[in-house]
Design a protein around this ligand. Sequence first.
Ligand SMILES: [Zn+2]
Length: 355
Amino acid sequence: MYKIMIFIDGTWLYRTLPRLAESCGKQEFKVDYGILPKVIARELGEYLGVGALGVDVVRNHLFASLPTNYDPQDAQLITRQEEFYRLLKEDYHYQTEIFAIDFRGRRVRHGDRNPEDTFQPREKCVDIALASQLLFYAALPSAMDIAVVVLGDRDFIPMLNTARRLGKRVAIVSVRSSCAQELAEPHDQAGVKDFGVIWMDDLLDELELRYEPQELECQSPDHQGDRHFWTTYRPRRGEPVYCDACRQAYAERRNGGQQQDAGEDYEDYPPQEGMPGLGETLGGVVDFKKEDKGYGFITTDDGVSFFFHLTDLEGGLAFENLDEGQEVIFEVKALPKGGKAGAAQRVRPPEEAAE
Ligand SMILES: [Zn+2]
């Protein structure tokens, strides 16, 4: 099994979208970030001759920026962008690193600003954050076998060279019209890659987001305040929809006041009794650790087993110092199914439970 991590230059991808739209003759093109890692895994699995099941996407990272100090007329635009980053994190389990860009009171879209205004928004940290994170994981012995980067800028060449010197294989996912020559070149003089570039241009049909986030109205009679919320969920005709807050409140009441998340899918609403919900925080002990492979299992007080990878550790926990029998808390990333253990994320020391 090949472990891969995906590192997306969100700023580059966002800039590239109009070109992708053009190449499929549409007004606009939106990427389905839920599908993207699966398509990448399949493409790499084919290259490696192991199929999609031979490739395990252990983590997706996205680096991007978000305007601050912008003209209040753009509030809705920015709320929508914030909501998009939240979806990536909560629904698709991306690790997101988002950096503020100061707009100094200006409108966010260039076309909405006074044409005589020479103001240039300056993005900070995004490239360096991507490079630091990638090289951090490349330097860990067992975090990943292949670093997959979704980008096109030449600035990343030294990072790709270094990742390969650390013994990791590198795959590049890019867009033909927005990819630096040195990255694209089949003979790879720059020494940046171990596979042919995976061109998004060739996969547009699969990568297009068909269920984009939409604004719905919460129909809970107990709802407080503005009823509008954004979601990618598509309710069936006539099916009532509820915002996160109302689902959570409902779940808490149902569980006699105990804290319990309603889970991510509306399919789970109302939640099944006795089953932990996705995203719920549970406590347990580390009961097995596979040193050389960088993973282990946590058993909860109820005897349910959850898998974790070293990259799921947080709050100062380091894989090498983790003892079997040590108490931890974690978030449920996947539920146990058919005798298979569940999966844990955000594994951290119990002290943080008080938050
Ligand atoms: Zn509500």
